[in-house]
Design a protein around this ligand. Structure first.
Ligand SMILES: *[C@@H]1O[C@H](CO)[C@@H](O)[C@H](O)[C@H]1NC(C)=O
Ligand SMILES: *[C@@H]1O[C@H](CO)[C@@H](O)[C@H](O)[C@H]1NC(C)=O
Ligand SMILES: *[C@@H]1O[C@H](CO)[C@@H](O)[C@H](O)[C@H]1NC(C)=O
Ligand SMILES: *[C@@H]1O[C@H](CO)[C@@H](O)[C@H](O)[C@H]1NC(C)=O
Ligand SMILES: *[C@@H]1O[C@H](CO)[C@@H](O)[C@H](O)[C@H]1NC(C)=O
Length: 563
């Protein structure tokens, strides 16, 4: 991977900022919905590729401002390929006058965080003596100046780390969760940011949960909250969380939310490795992925088929790469997120917290920035999510006809060939081969007669033109439906795989079930609907012109195709 990482990082960090800021026009806001898609004023899809930025812990100041100037952080967010921030706030910031009137300095002083005061004075002196809400607004403006969209997320009532079932912040009627006060707070926030163009949405309440949660109160209060936000600020998307830590929206299937307005409603879902305890470590990865992804489709994924945008507003992993549960989950999540082409927000931007759960300078191993908020903690995650940062499809985007790309979650790359005579390999999904997956299970390069084949040696994948044999038929197998499997003529099953230099090969199918120690993820692929592959139109021209050449047998022989 070393070579690929360096190839990737160079363009990402050197050229991305300039491309995004100067070449890519800002989307025309506000946003609205068109069936399951979020679209801009022109009706073109805008995919939310967000990162969560925390401002709801005890100091009620956006994390990291003692380490870096906010403008630098905003630029870093853009250079990492995100277009949006889900920016958290605690309800009491706008409903408790004594909290709201504190300055940043006073807030840190009251917690004894003197080092953070010095850090803010050095890096963000303009906010040290302003009120907490003014500091929050300053961060939103700074993001706006850098063309970053913002979703205001009411994360909790009481400032502090979230969430547990018994923290009094979980559901309407809990100790710190008075529904009327919540409506007041939402209305204040919506009003405050009315006319602030880059604020495109509001998450009404994070992770509803706890012993008091119930469906009837969900409708009662969420509908009220949605109406309040919409009347105070009709521009923003109204984003609703499900029950059980935002895992469960299954009740919407039978009873839609009853709202007086349309074109603004989005649902959000959270999905982590630990959402299923230690299931990923304890079980076989194919079986766990199959089960968990089916659960997700049943409890929230179905919403896209019902015509609602679904925002996976929290997902993430321990970026040290040592948490096996997280590692196995991530490939499954990325496969589903690519297949459904979901809007999403990574947890989290935060490299370290001023104070979390009593720990000063708490190091956030799920944070994409390092402890100093200076460098990225682990660029391999950025490489893997980069394909998901742009839309695969959606209104107003089609560059080529609808086709499939063969996406490989564990690298974030897609199957392509650099030139006609090169072997199939993984590369940027932007340059992906455009495939058609036919009912008879062949995978054709669009606009050509070439299909994906398992070489009879059982070790190579190649393109050929005799596409009727078993070695040209590819089924998605295992509970995960993520192995692309074919049969050699002698009946042996093989699975598509990737070797060390990212060449596409075939191998015997790995750990399809039972075994919980082996790792199938190099063989995990998703066929993703896309209209964006560059090669779609161009490749077909090349192939077609070769098919007409007098010396075509020569080319086909080179390709390993038998005529
Ligand atoms: C309001 O905020 C202040 C300052 O943080 C705090 O001491 C007080 O307990 C809060 N009041 C309520 C009702 O939450
Ligand atoms: C829902 O929860 C609230 C608060 O605990 C309770 O008052 C209400 O009776 C519950 N409703 C149902 C239908 O369970
Ligand atoms: C939907 O809400 C409106 C008023 O907001 C009400 O008149 C109507 O009865 C509600 N419909 C359902 C199915 O609850
Ligand atoms: C980054 O993540 C990868 C993949 O999980 C892991 O192998 C690697 O050790 C991590 N690197 C660092 C510096 O944590
Ligand atoms: C089928 O062919 C492959 C590749 O030539 C070989 O490895 C395998 O052992 C053969 N299987 C049978 C059942 O003959």
């Amino acid at each position: 991977m070393g070579r690929h990482i360096s190839l990737f990082i160079l363009p990402l960090f050197l050229f991305f900022p300039t491309i995004i800021q100067h070449a890519k026009p800002a989307m025309s806001l506000p946003l609205s919905t068109n069936l399951r898609w979020i679209v801009d004023e022109k009706g073109q899809r805008v995919k939310l590729a967000c990162v969560n930025w925390v401002s709801h812990l005890e100091p009620v100041v956006a994390e990291g401002l003692s380490k870096q100037p906010m403008g630098m952080i905003a630029k870093r967010i853009v250079s990492m390929g995100f277009n949006c921030v889900r920016f958290t706030w605690p309800l009491f910031l706008v409903t408790n006058d004594s909290l709201a009137s504190l300055t940043v300095r006073q807030s840190f002083q009251s917690l004894g965080l003197l080092e953070s005061i010095a850090g803010i004075q050095a890096n963000n002196p303009s906010i040290i003596d302003v009120s907490l809400i003014k500091a929050y607004q300053a961060v939103v403006s700074s993001l706006g100046e850098n063309n970053v969209m913002v979703i205001l997320d009411n994360h909790i009532s009481t400032p502090g780390w979230c969430c547990s079932s018994f923290d009094g912040n979980g559901f309407f009627g809990d100790q710190y969760f008075n529904p009327d006060l919540w409506i007041t707070g939402l209305t204040r926030m919506a009003t405050l940011f009315n006319g602030v163009t880059n604020v495109v949405g509001m998450s009404l309440r994070n992770e509803l949960r706890g012993p008091n949660q119930n469906v009837s109160d969900w409708y009662r209060y969420m509908q009220k909250g949605a109406e309040a936000v919409h009347s105070a600020n009709p521009d923003v998307l109204v984003i609703l969380s499900g029950l059980s830590y935002d895992k469960d929206l299954s009740f919407i299937r039978n009873q839609p939310a009853n709202l007086t307005f349309s074109g603004k409603l989005v649902f959000e879902v959270h999905w982590y490795g630990f959402s299923d305890g230690q299931a990923w470590v304890a079980g076989n990865s194919n079986q766990v992925c199959g089960r968990v992804a089916n659960d997700m489709m049943r409890t929230s994924g179905f919403l896209v088929d019902q015509g609602y945008p679904l925002f996976a507003s929290e997902f993430g992993v321990d970026l040290r790469g040592t948490n096996v549960n997280d590692n196995r989950y991530l490939d499954c999540f990325l496969g589903v997120a690519a297949e459904l082409d979901l809007d999403w927000a990574l947890w989290t931007l935060v490299g370290s917290y001023y104070l979390r759960e009593g720990v000063l300078g708490f190091n956030e191993y799920y944070g994409i920035l390092d402890w100093n908020w200076c460098d990225t903690r682990n660029s391999s995650l950025l490489e893997r999510i980069s394909a998901l940062q742009s839309p695969f499809r959606g209104p107003g985007l089609s560059e080529t006809k609808l086709h499939k790309v063969i996406f490989h979650p564990s690298t974030g790359l897609c199957v392509l060939r650099k030139s006609l005579l090169d072997p199939l390999r993984l590369g940027s999904c932007t340059d992906s081969e455009a495939w058609r997956y036919l009912p008879q299970k062949t995978l054709l390069v669009m606009g050509t007669y070439f299909c994906l084949q398992a070489d009879e040696s059982g070790t190579l994948a190649k393109l050929g033109i005799i596409c009727s044999e078993s070695n040209s038929k590819w089924e998605m197998i295992a509970d995960s439906k993520m192995h692309l499997s074919s049969k050699l003529r002698n009946g042996t099953s093989v699975c598509l795989d990737v070797d060390l230099d990212n060449t596409i090969v075939t191998n015997s199918c790995k750990c399809l079930n039972e075994d919980n120690t082996c790792d199938p993820r190099s063989q995990w692929f998703k066929l993703v609907d896309s209209t964006r592959s560059r090669s779609g139109g161009k490749a077909s021209l090349n192939f077609d012109s070769i098919l007409d050449l007098p010396g075509k047998e020569f080319f086909w022989n080179l390709l390993g195709a038998s005529i």
